[in-house]
Design a protein around this ligand. Structure first.
Ligand code: ADP
Ligand code: MG
Length: 440
């Protein structure tokens, strides 16, 4: 048997691992590892810090052992030891996302289901750090949590306060990067400097001990300086599984406000606003019909209107309640079916529209047309599905969550300022709804 040095074995294993796991994951967890020692069936992997060791131990151990066994051709057990790679690359810089200009207090329709959350968010803008701190918003998917966080951001930006919006997932990714690149000071400073910190989808922290711990400190630091913190989650703090008690109790310090599924009037109001904004001419009884069908999710409610409009455009006929009924036939009364719009369906539709292939969209091509189509695609997946930034990144050729977030925010604001682009994207949306496979 040929005995090879551990670093060389590890390089070979890394080569194989690159094919097995997503690029983002590889970059985050494996790119700074080294092979330290290989003896008696034990392989020691050097990792930059305990955070990475903990993650790999929990999630990748069996894959690493399988791949290493394939390289050395005998059974291997792995062990992790903290030992950084000598060279240090430059820190990645991610731009802070802007706030979605569509998500404002003005465009938020208030009803019994969400008036507490709305009022609390408005109060926070009036009196940041003083009214309720933190403000914790919770409610099911598509009920307006992200909308309210952005509304706060949009509003306080006018008062020149530094508002920082971050999803818990983004926070986690940036923290991992900061630890890897040894830029935790900058990371800390970035969050400490926020006058208002808006953290979305907090449930993502559950069970990620190191991140939770780190966030706990960020939270305390901001809170003790009277900086405002607003959090959103799909559940109240007490129901988030595995959230450590001390963070949980911090999250309950201020006001916890819920968003419930909207009542009929609110749903109708939301549809009327959207129809007006999109410039679609539609009979009131059609809007009422849609508002009666879709009850649980405002994103789905808006999607249904798009679907009905697309359907009537395809048939070149006026939108009547009958047409609406046919367009929504397979989803009426069984809302979750609408969630069947998949990232893949969107990617295919976008590819078709721009006469590109799926590999063009998922690939690395940088020509203007491809980049534009890709950004439209990222925007639409974010808009039409509940996929996380990471999931969208994976769908589109393993791009980082920061890339997706950036593209989304950029598109949102371009669409808002460019009626032609808005129409173009709207047309693609219609195609997606029309192309949606019949789920019966
Ligand atoms: P969540 O973050 O709770 O999942 P979002 O804030 O992303 O939900 O809302 C989903 C969609 O519904 C967005 O397009 C948002 O603008 C819209 N929406 C939610 N609540 C309202 C509301 N009260 N008035 C108008 N639009 C709303
Ligand atoms: Mg959200």
């Amino acid at each position: 048997m040929i005995v090879r040095p551990a670093p060389e074995i590890w390089e070979a294993a890394l080569g194989r691992l690159q094919l097995e796991i997503s690029k983002a994951n590889f970059h985050t967890w494996l790119s700074k590892t080294i092979g330290l020692n290989c003896q008696d069936g034990k392989f020691v992997i050097g990792v930059p810090n305990t955070f990475v060791a903990e993650y790999l131990e929990k999630n990748q151990r069996s894959l690493l052992e399988k791949v290493l066994t394939g390289v050395v051709r005998e059974d291997v057990r792995v062990e992790f030891r903290v030992a950084a790679r000598p060279e240090k690359s430059l820190p990645e810089r991610t731009n802070l996302p802007l706030f979605n200009p569509r998500y404002t207090f003005d465009t938020f329709v208030v009803g019994n289901s969400n008036n507490l959350a709305y009022a609390a968010a408005a109060k926070v803008v009036e009196n940041p750090g003083l009214a309720f701190n933190p403000l914790f918003l919770y409610g099911g998917a598509g009920l307006g949590k992200t909308h309210l966080l952005h509304a706060i951001g949009n509003k306080v930006a006018i008062n020149h306060l530094a508002a920082l919006y971050v999803s818990a997932e983004q926070y986690t990714n940036e923290l991992v990067t900061a630890i890897r690149e040894k830029t935790t000071d900058e990371f800390r400073k970035k969050f400490r400097n926020a006058d208002i910190l808006l953290v979305d989808d907090v449930q993502f922290f559950a069970g990620k001990e190191q991140t939770e711990e780190n966030f706990f400190y960020t939270f305390n630091e901001l809170h003790s300086n009277n900086r405002q913190i607003v959090l959103a989650s799909d559940q109240p703090p007490k129901s988030i599984p595995m959230l450590k008690e001390r963070l949980r109790s911090r999250l309950e310090w201020g006001l916890v406000a819920d968003l419930q599924p909207p009542d009929f009037e609110t749903r109708l109001g939301i549809l009327q606003n959207k129809a007006r904004r999109d410039g679609v001419d539609i009979e009131p009884d059609v809007l009422e019909f849609i508002a009666l069908q879709i009850k649980e999710n405002i994103r789905a409610l808006e999607g249904s209107l798009n679907r009905v409009v697309a359907y009537s455009a395809l048939l070149r006929t006026m939108v009547t309640p009958e047409i609406a009924a046919r367009a929504l036939e397979d989803i009426a009364g069984k809302e979750p079916k609408l969630a069947a719009i998949t990232p893949n369906l969107i990617t295919e539709t976008v590819a078709g529209t721009f006469r590109l292939t799926l590999s063009d969209l998922r690939g690395r091509g940088r020509d203007k047309a491809t980049v534009f189509a890709r950004q439209v695609c990222m925007y639409l997946i974010r808009q039409e599905t509940d996929c996380s930034l990471s999931e969208i990144g994976r769908e589109l050729g393993d791009r980082s969550p920061a890339t997706i977030s950036y593209a989304y925010e950029k598109m949102s604001s371009s669409i808002n300022n460019d009626p032609h682009l808005k129409r173009q994207v709207f047309n693609i949306q219609q195609k997606i709804y029309a192309a949606r496979p019949d789920s019966r």
